[in-house]
Every structure is written in structure tokens, then in C-alpha cells.
Design a protein around this ligand. Structure first.
Ligand code: DAH
Length: 341
């Protein structure tokens, strides 16, 4: 028994010296000093010894156990040192190497266009006003002077939820009343950026989902001249100072008078080409003086207050600025397109 003990101890020491990794060490511990390890087995064997030999055996066994434990700790420290040295070696940094450029991604073109546009309005004192994508019929239509059965509702094919009174906004104009009710009776100067949804055929020119940036100014003396001044300044800053602009009379139920704004075509410089359909002009937004009914729904007395509003499509506007021919690129998720911005 004593011999066997010494033999086991010697083998264990040998094996320990051979351990070259933390894994090896763990295995060694399990085999040698673990709950079902050799030392444990040897101590169980004590019962076979003559009673007189047992104390001496037990003492030696404890010594061996202590020695092995100490050896284990020592080897562990050694290995740790080795591993550290190894790691430092392997991870040595060559500071003369040129850096690798991380693929950071870029802003989505829509985001980029919207931020550029909002920044220009921001410079003119407009604040960003966030409003929800899902709205009731009232905010999207009724408060905008489109009661049920109003023919203008057909201008936009709407996505409804299972509740016919709750829908995905077809335009950011739906947020106008929310802004008015929040600000009333103070003057307002806000832009409302956001996603809009229309149940339409997807083509190169129209998507079922697209952004709009709505503008709304309400005050005591706001006139059509303010509207024109603001939007002409925007067009010059976004498209360049040499762009001509014009306003054409139009119709929207929520504005009176209403207009659409064009800029001179940048491709043909107004001479007429395929993009501007030979007219020399490109439409960029709808606008007008806020209709008295809408002001009233927003809480403002139209006898004392007036305002202007506009609605623009950043994707459309970006397409003009960057010479894009197909709106579907925006949601196509083709990195070759996305990377160009
Ligand atoms: N909501 C209109 C649309 O989606 C755009 C628009 C036109 C907004 C005139 C306005 C406005 O605020 O005054 O086509």
C-alpha cells in the first residue's frame, strides 16, 4: 500500500509537469485530487491495512495530498505566466502598419435628405414636431376639412386597420391639428417629418410608403408673402441659388388659397427635357394658407389668427437633387445604391 501510494504520487507529479494548458491542468486535478480522483481512492483503500499501519499511512497520504496541491498551484502559476508571454508575443502591435478602415455604414439616403431639409427649416426658426404614424380618421381627414364622403378623400388610397376609424396616415398633414392643439394659443412654427402610407400601385414614381415633411406656421399676421418667402429660401438653399421658382394655383381641402411650387429643371436649365416633361419645371411641394375650418379645429380663431402650411416629399425632392429616376431604390436595400450617399 505504501509503495503504491508513492508510485501514484510520482506518476501524478510527472503528469503535472506534462500539463501544458489550463485544460490539461483541470483534467489533472480531476484525476488526481478531485472527488473521484486517485488520492480519494487511495484513502478509501485504507480499510484494507492493518490497524497499526493506518495512522502512518494516513499521515503520509495527507502529506502527499498537500505536496500535490502545492505542486498544482505552482504549475498553474507557471502556465499562466507562459500563456501571458505567449499572448503578448502574438498580440504585439506593429504600429507601422497602415490602419484598417472600419465599415461604419452611412445614414440612409432618406434620413440624409430629411436631415438636410429639416436643418434649413430649423435655421429659419422651425422646430421639429413628432406626430404618430397611426391616427384616427378625424386627424387624417375630418379636421383637415375633409368630412366623410368628401371627394378629396379619394385623392389618397388609404390603409385602414381593422377599426375603420383608425388608419395609417396618408400625409403628415394629420399632425397639424395635434401641433395646433398643443401650442394653442401661442404662435407656431414647426416642421413635421414622418412616414406616410398609401395603398397604391408601386411604380418608379410612387411607393406605398414614403416620407413627408409638413410645415406649419400660425401667427397673428401671417400672409401668403411669408409662405412664399420661406419656401423660396428653402428651394434656393436646398437646390442652389440659381434655381428659379414659381407658384401655381392648386387645390387642397385644408388650405385656401392653395398652390403648388415648382423649381426650374436643373437638367435642362428650364429649356425642357424628358425629366420635366418638356415644361422646364419640376413640382416640389404643395402649400397654401391654412383653411379657417382647420384653424378652428386646432383651437385658433380664424378672425385673429392665420397661417400657412406646406407638404413635401423628401424622397421626391432627393430624387430631383440627386438625379434619381426610380423611387423604389429607397426601400430596395441595395447596398450599391445606399453606399453612394
Ligand atoms: N398633404 C398634401 C399631400 O399629401 C400635401 C400638402 C399640400 C400639405 C398643401 C400641406 C399643404 O400642408 O398646405 O398631398
Amino acid at each position: 500500500m505504501f509503495e503504491q501510494l508513492e508510485k501514484h504520487a510520482a506518476t501524478a507529479r510527472d503528469n503535472l509537469a506534462k500539463a501544458t494548458s489550463v485544460d490539461d491542468l483541470e483534467n489533472w486535478w480531476r484525476q488526481t485530487l478531485g472527488r473521484k480522483g486517485e488520492v480519494q481512492l487511495l484513502s478509501r483503500g485504507m480499510g484494507e491495512l492493518a490497524a497499526a499501519d493506518r495512522p502512518a499511512y494516513g499521515k503520509r497520504l495527507n502529506e502527499v495530498k498537500g505536496e500535490l496541491e502545492a505542486a498544482f498551484e505552482e504549475r498553474k502559476a507557471e502556465l499562466k505566466q507562459l500563456e501571458l508571454a505567449h499572448k503578448l508575443d502574438a498580440e504585439a502591435i506593429d504600429v507601422t502598419l497602415p490602419g484598417r478602415r472600419p465599415a461604419a455604414g452611412t445614414l440612409h439616403p432618406s434620413t440624409r435628405i430629411m436631415r438636410d431639409m429639416c436643418r434649413i427649416f430649423g435655421d429659419m426658426g422651425f422646430q421639429i414636431y413628432r406626430s404618430p404614424d397611426v391616427v384616427t380618421d378625424r386627424f387624417n381627414f375630418e379636421y383637415l376639412n375633409m368630412p366623410p364622403e368628401h371627394p378629396a378623400r379619394d385623392m389618397q388610397d388609404t390603409f385602414y386597420t381593422t377599426d375603420p376609424n383608425v388608419l395609417l396616415r396618408t400625409h403628415t398633414s394629420a399632425g397639424q391639428i395635434m401641433a395646433m392643439r398643443e401650442y394653442c394659443p401661442e404662435p407656431i412654427r414647426v416642421v413635421l417629418p414622418g412616414m406616410c402610407y398609401r395603398n397604391e400601385q408601386i411604380t418608379a414614381r410612387s411607393e406605398i410608403q414614403f416620407h413627408q415633411i409638413e410645415g406649419l406656421a400660425v401667427g397673428r399676421n401671417i400672409t401668403f408673402a411669408d409662405l412664399k418667402g420661406t419656401l423660396i429660401e428653402f428651394a434656393r438653399r436646398y437646390f442652389g441659388a440659381d434655381r428659379e421658382t414659381r407658384f401655381r394655383a392648386s387645390y387642397f381641402p385644408f388650405t385656401e388659397p392653395s398652390a403648388e411650387m415648382d423649381i426650374s429643371c436643373m437638367l435642362c436649365a428650364g429649356k425642357g427635357c424628358r425629366v420635366c416633361k418638356k415644361t422646364g419645371w419640376l413640382e416640389i411641394l404643395g402649400c397654401g394658407m391654412v383653411h379657417p375650418t382647420v384653424l378652428r379645429y386646432g383651437g385658433y380663431d380664424p378672425e385673429e389668427w392665420s397661417g400657412f402650411a406646406f407638404g413635401s416629399g423628401p424622397e421626391r425632392i432627393g430624387m430631383l437633387r440627386y438625379g434619381m429616376t426610380d423611387i423604389r431604390y429607397f426601400w430596395g436595400n441595395d447596398v450599391r445604391f445606399l453606399e453612394q450617399f
